[in-house]
Ligand binder design. Structure first.
Ligand SMILES: NC(=O)C1=CN([C@@H]2O[C@H](COP(=O)(O)OP(=O)(O)OC[C@H]3O[C@@H](n4cnc5c(N)ncnc54)[C@H](OP(=O)(O)O)[C@@H]3O)[C@@H](O)[C@H]2O)C=CC1
Ligand SMILES: O=C(O)CCC(=O)C(=O)O
Ligand SMILES: [Mg+2]
Length: 579
């Protein structure tokens, strides 16, 4: 499919749904992303680096996500002509539809007027009927409750129906007058207390919609050895919508999973012992606090699920660490996103916790079957929290913690992914290159001078985050300057496509070549200043490429960032780099 403003990655293949209901995930899958409004920009930059690093560390270059940016929210509005349709362009929906899996930052929804929720629209238009929000405690996270470790719940929130579907009419409008007169005159409704000044909303809840959600929740409980599924509803008051949800939910358990009633019902038990029960929403909101161990998988309606997921997130440290996914288990379509919103007061301050999106990415990798990379992300987050290197939200409640920015926290997660992680100079070098790229891309001006100042800023930030010492950072920056200048030269002299980011492996080479591809001509001033041949010496770190021994012409091929050895043939220590 040809797009207007969406650029396909240079390489990568589609993820598809197999006939057997299992996803086919190639080694370079095209994955769509929306960076999001407000804090989404900072969060996405850090999260993408974490996800790429996890994949690189887990698979050493044999697997790599081919990211494809698609647009919604403010960015789309500005790009697609500032019309009503520009908030969520059709081609964004087409891209999600065609490429199956995506991840998004939060999008703003105005209160009481303006556009309806783009987040809800995406879920509805792609029929992502399950909103899956796991709520789990990470050791060491500050929490307002005594036993946060008791919270290990997985919310299955119905995502396409309910009062949340957005069927409503404003008070005083011609439409609401019609609805009110239909209700009063044709349906005999007498309970609208102030008919002339009421806005009216409609709450559709269907048997099919309930069944597919509860089916997914029970299947999840079976696949993941969980103990119970609780149907949370307000069926005592809203009998035919929320009460219907409860009854249809029990029907699925009995008719499709062979559940038998316990002591005359309504609770029942699956043949493997999983208990299916229900709880009325108000008391459920109390009991998830007071009797957390009694809740496991929760299946609930759209609005209850919205409230419950923010409330439960508070018990395990807050909305900064609350991931989620919107999934259609039949088609395979899935968009992963945090539970929180755009937190506008923190936008572009590089301040908020990126964990919710990082952990949404962890869920995405697991959904794709890339469990090794997903595990590394958990390891990285656990390690960062254990080291008390955290963002402001945790820092304000933790004694003796170090406060990190959004991007520094991303670095800390990467550094904690494995024990050798950023302890090795090679990884530290890759981190420095990635941070340099991130900062440079985020800035408006693309000159050689700005590149040099940005590299220094990247070094300072990573030194502050404890990724390396002052002295190590200065050394690594000198190596990076050398590689960058040398590549800027190569860029002028050799075919550009040779350095195309899609053709080079991850790590520093990938970061640098991405920068040079975007801003190549603007950066030639760097190359001009370093016309002299740039040598690599034994003991130094350098990005991937070919090193030719200056003494004997022997070639060393580096597939990823590495430390330069002495020439294996003549033991000389000076090399010239090419790609
Ligand atoms: N799926 C989506 O895209 C969603 C979008 N939204 C939209 O987002 C906008 C703002 O909504 P709002 O109600 O303010 O809720 P938000 O979730 O955006 O923010 C509320 C508060 O939660 C805390 N918080 C949020 N994100 C983080 C984070 N990453 N790290 C640490 N703390 C965080 C902050 O608390 P504190 O100040 O105490 O530190 C913040 O002030 C609205 O337009 C809303 O419609 C809302 C929810 C979901
Ligand atoms: O779409 C929105 O703006 C809010 C959605 C929301 O709060 C949620 O899905 O949790
Ligand atoms: Mg919400």
């Amino acid at each position: 499919m040809a797009f207007d403003k969406i650029c396909l990655p240079e390489s990568g293949e589609k993820i598809t749904m197999g006939e057997n209901g299992k996803l086919n995930v190639p080694d370079q899958p095209i994955v769509t992303f929306i960076e999001g409004d407000g804090t989404g920009r900072d969060i996405w930059r850090a999260s993408k680096r974490v996800l790429d690093a996890a994949v690189e560390k887990a698979y050493g270059g044999s697997r790599k996500v081919a990211w494809m940016e698609v647009f919604a929210g403010e960015k789309a509005w500005n790009m697609y002509g500032q019309s009503d349709d520009a908030w969520l362009p059709q081609e964004t929906l087409d891209a999600f539809s065609e490429y199956l899996i995506g991840i998004k930052g939060p999008l703003t929804t105005p209160i009481g007027g303006g556009i309806t929720s783009l987040n809800v629209a995406l879920r509805q238009k792609l029929d992502l009927y399950t909103c899956l929000r796991p709520v789990k405690y990470f050791d060491g996270v500050p929490s307002p409750v005594k036993r946060p470790e008791d919270v290990d719940m997985v919310i299955f929130r119905e995502n396409s129906e309910d009062i949340y579907a957005g069927i409503e009419w404003a008070a005083g409008s011609e439409e609401v007058k019609k609805v009110v007169s239909f209700l009063q005159d044709e349906m005999g409704v007498t309970k609208i207390r102030f008919p002339d000044s009421s806005g009216i909303g409609v709450k559709p809840v269907s048997q099919e919609g309930t069944a597919r959600l509860v089916r997914a929740a029970i299947q999840y409980a079976i696949d993941n050895n969980r103990e119970s599924v609780t149907l949370v509803h307000k069926g005592n008051i809203m009998k035919f919508t929320e009460g219907g949800f409860r009854n249809w939910g029990y029907d699925v358990a009995k008719n499709e999973f062979g559940a038998e009633e316990i002591d005359g019902g309504p609770w029942c038990k699956l043949p493997n012992g999983i208990v299916i029960k229900d709880a009325i929403a108000d008391i459920a909101l109390q009991q998830v606090l007071t009797r957390a161990p009694e809740f496991d998988v929760i299946a609930t309606l759209n609005l209850n699920g919205d409230y419950l997921s923010d409330a439960l997130a508070a018990q395990v440290g807050g909305i900064g660490i609350a991931p989620g996914a919107n999934i259609n288990y039949n088609s395979g379509h899935a968009i992963f996103e945090a539970t929180h919103g755009t937190a506008p007061k923190y936008a572009d301050k590089d301040m908020v916790n990126p964990s919710s999106v990082v952990l949404s990415g962890e869920m995405m990798l697991r959904y794709m079957g890339w469990t090794e990379a997903a595990d590394l992300i958990l390891q990285g987050i656990n390690g960062s929290i254990a080291a008390k290197t955290v963002t402001y939200d945790f820092h304000r409640q933790m004694e003796g913690a170090t406060k990190l920015s959004t991007s520094e926290f991303g670095d800390a997660v990467i550094a904690n992914m494995d024990s050798t992680g950023a302890d090795s100079a090679e990884d530290q070098y890759d981190l420095l290159a990635a941070r340099f790229k991130e900062l440079f891309e985020a800035g408006a001006e693309k000159s050689g001078e700005v590149a040099q100042a940005t590299m220094e800023k990247a070094r300072e930030q990573l030194t502050a985050a404890g990724t390396f010492s002052e002295a190590q950072g200065k050394n690594l920056k000198a190596f990076l300057e050398r590689d960058f200048s040398q590549m800027a030269n190569t860029m002028r002299n050799e075919a550009k496509e040779k350095l195309n980011p899609s053709r080079v492996s991850a790590g520093a080479l990938s970061s640098l070549s991405a920068l040079l591809t975007v801003a190549g001509s603007a950066l030639t001033s760097i190359a001009e200043r370093t016309q002299k041949a740039v040598s690599c010496r034994s003991g130094e770190i350098t990005s991937a490429g070919t090193l030719t021994c200056n003494a004997c012409d022997h070639e060393l091929h580096f597939k990823k960032t590495g430390r330069v050895p002495p020439c294996p043939k003549c033991h000389s220590t000076e090399f010239t780099k090419s790609y």
